[in-house]
Ligand binder design. Structure first.
Ligand SMILES: [Fe+2]
Ligand SMILES: [Fe+2]
Length: 211
């Protein structure tokens, strides 16, 4: 994947030049650090953009998707490159990508992206961060209204769906013991990963965004 693959999704007047530059700079760093995570991020960005377009037309959904795993910049390559035999220590190190992403993105004043990076694994059955850990990280928009927070959670859930779909279809690991899920099986699995998004998942299949 190339940065130019996602660039067309960001050509909108609703995204400031400053924000676009920050996003491309981060993605450039991610590409230099770990190409497979970069490729995954671009695919999730494109998927999130399409899923967001299906729900309404927030042009920033692609950014939220593209940056969801940016915290992996701070995860050691030994862990990122491991495709099998994860032990508990590896799992804990990998899990910290969500708080690392939150720190990177909130310091760059990309608060929605920061929240989505922190919470994009909260929608799956074995979710993280857990509530006690989540409480350490304030919602990065001071004095946000409940509806702003709800909107960020909605986007996080949507990015989570794109993330699960891409991980199941492209990532090489031992999650399914070498079996690639396809068709109805993949669709059913996606719903188990994010039951709250069942309606969106079914709609995405009906419209051909997912297949
Ligand atoms: Fe992630
Ligand atoms: Fe991901």
């Amino acid at each position: 994947m190339e940065l130019t693959d996602i660039a067309p999704y960001f050509q909108t007047t609703e995204i400031s030049t400053a924000a676009r530059e920050k996003v491309f700079s981060l993605l450039g760093s991610l590409r230099a650090y770990h190409q497979p995570t970069f490729d995954h991020s671009i695919r999730v960005g494109i998927l999130a953009h399409k899923l967001g377009g299906m729900q309404n037309h927030d042009p920033k959904t692609g950014i939220y998707g593209a940056l969801h795993d940016i915290g992996k910049l701070n995860i050691h390559l030994d862990v990122l490159n491991k495709t099998e035999g994860f032990n508990e220590e590896d799992r804990q190190r990998m899990k910290s990508h969500v708080s690392e992403g939150y720190k990177i993105l909130s310091s760059l004043e990309l608060p929605f992206s920061a929240w989505i990076a922190l919470t994009h694994h909260r929608y799956q059955p074995r979710f993280y961060p857990e509530n006690y850990e989540l409480s350490k990280y304030p919602f990065p928009i001071p004095n946000a209204t409940p509806s702003t927070k709800l909107l960020a959670d909605t986007w996080a859930s949507l990015v989570s769906t794109g993330d699960s779909y891409d991980a199941a279809t492209n990532r090489k690991n031992d999650r399914f013991h070498g079996v690639q899920l396809v068709g109805q099986e993949l669709k059913n699995w996606l719903i188990t990963q994010n039951p709250a998004s069942e309606y969106i998942i079914r709609k995405a299949y009906d419209t051909g965004i997912l297949s």
